[in-house]
Design a protein around this ligand. Structure first.
Ligand SMILES: Cc1ncc(COP(=O)(O)O)c(C=O)c1O
Length: 394
């Protein structure tokens, strides 16, 4: 007699152990509450600039509906090469050192799948983007977080990285400006990290998705430092700088051998990114810079407003030098970050993400995304101030 089928017993163990994203879990709650102002999901409130949408429409009109080369359209890789050279000072050959992927999400996944053996340790700084630790686990690697502190503006130090290095350490993942803290790094700080990377023979994966949204100072990629280009996989995308989240398009640049290995994973799992999105991405790179500058200016105005408002209600908040996230400390309220976010949503209809969703050291903080109109941010912060005053009164 056949045994009853129990679907859950067929789930692979390493997948079973992965939690659902703390953001999604929280946003199921948001969906079911009417009249909410969301400072939640990290997505630009701007619609993709018209000329970029038009390029996608024109691609359809011309019947551009086929697969492309696994690496992506050559003209897109050429535009990426020119752009990365201009903005980051790093040269990559469009023929074999650039791969177009389905967002930085896929680029990160295939970078890890192409390089991590079971048991290899992958070091990353926390609080961090929700996918980092699960992506490492999915490759049977071991996630090794390094805590970043508010008092250092959420930069990561070379000493903290070196302290967790073991003989199994293989990859260091970096993301500056950081989601969720807005942390950035100076060239001097990155040089110290590069020295540790060289001494311990590590591979670096750098996620540069917020680099255009740097408000102060010059953004520097670790890949541009001496000796680093050869041992770095440079990831970047279009979601944030050009408000193109729905196009699902990003890319990886790196040494020929690693791009070739990533291409194999990409080829058998994704084949290629959508040609329509690739056509739109060419337009974004060739003519989208003024849009990015305009959006960055608006984010900066909103950042200044929200940081002042949060500090004004005694939620200590450093001014993020990049990204579109404010990350205030909410410990003075005596609530956990999850309690704070859940009550704020229920009592004041403002959605923010508990810091704990971004790793254990995010506890005590709240992520407030300011990619929302200034009007909405104004109302949201007024509601938050009422909530904080009420909680503190007891
Ligand atoms: C740090 C970071 N990396 C990658 C991604 C995913 O980007 P994409 O839309 O290109 O897949 C995000 C999205 O929020 C992010 O914050």
């Amino acid at each position: 007699m056949s045994r009853p089928f129990k679907a859950e017993t067929f789930i692979a163990e390493h997948v079973r152990g992965i939690p659902r994203s703390g953001i999604r879990e929280f946003f199921d709650l948001v969906q079911s509450t009417a009249g909410v102002i969301s400072l939640g999901v990290g997505e630009p409130d701007f619609v993709t600039p018209w000329h970029i949408r038009e390029a996608a429409i024109y691609a359809l009109e011309r019947g551009r509906t086929s697969y492309t080369s696994n690496l992506g359209l050559l003209k897109l890789r050429e535009a990426i090469s020119a752009n990365v050279e201009k903005n980051f000072g790093i040269t990559y050959d469009p023929k074999n050192q650039i791969l177009v992927a389905v967002g930085v999400s896929e680029a990160l996944d295939i970078a890890l799948r192409a390089t991590v053996n079971p048991g290899d340790e992958v070091i990353y700084h926390e609080p961090c983007y929700v996918s980092y630790a699960p992506s490492v686990t999915l490759t049977h690697g071991v996630p090794v977080p390094v805590a970043c502190k508010a008092e250092n503006g959420f930069a990561v130090t070379a000493e903290a990285i070196e302290a967790v290095i073991t003989p199994r350490s293989k990859v260091l993942m970096l993301n500056f400006p950081t989601n969720p803290t807005g942390g950035t790094m100076t060239r001097t700080e990155l040089l110290k990290i590069a020295e540790v990377v060289l001494r311990h023979n590590l591979l670096v994966i750098t996620d540069e998705i917020y680099s255009e949204l740097t408000f102060e100072g010059q953004h520097v990629s670790i890949a541009s430092l001496p000796g680093m280009r050869e041992r770095t996989i440079f990831l970047h995308g279009f979601s944030k700088a050009y408000a193109m989240t729905g196009f699902r398009i990003g890319y990886a640049c790196g040494p020929v051998e690693l791009i070739e290995a990533m291409m194999k994973v990409h080829q058998y799992s994704m084949l290629c990114a959508s040609i329509i999105s690739q056509e739109a991405a060419v337009e974004a790179l060739n003519h989208g810079e003024p849009d990015t500058i305009e959006m960055r200016e608006q984010y900066k105005v909103r950042r200044n407003f929200i940081v002042a408002a949060l500090n004004g209600m005694d939620l200590k908040c450093h001014s993020p030098r990049g990204s579109f996230y404010a990350f205030p400390n909410i410990e003075s309220t005596g609530l956990s970050s999850k309690e704070f976010a859940t009550r704020l949503l229920k009592e004041e209809k403002v959605a923010c993400v508990p810091g704990s969703a971004f790793g254990a050291c995010g506890e005590g903080f709240l992520r407030c995304c300011f990619a929302t109109s200034l009007d909405q941010i104004q109302i949201a912060t007024e509601r938050m101030a009422n909530f904080v005053a009420r909680v503190k009164k007891g």
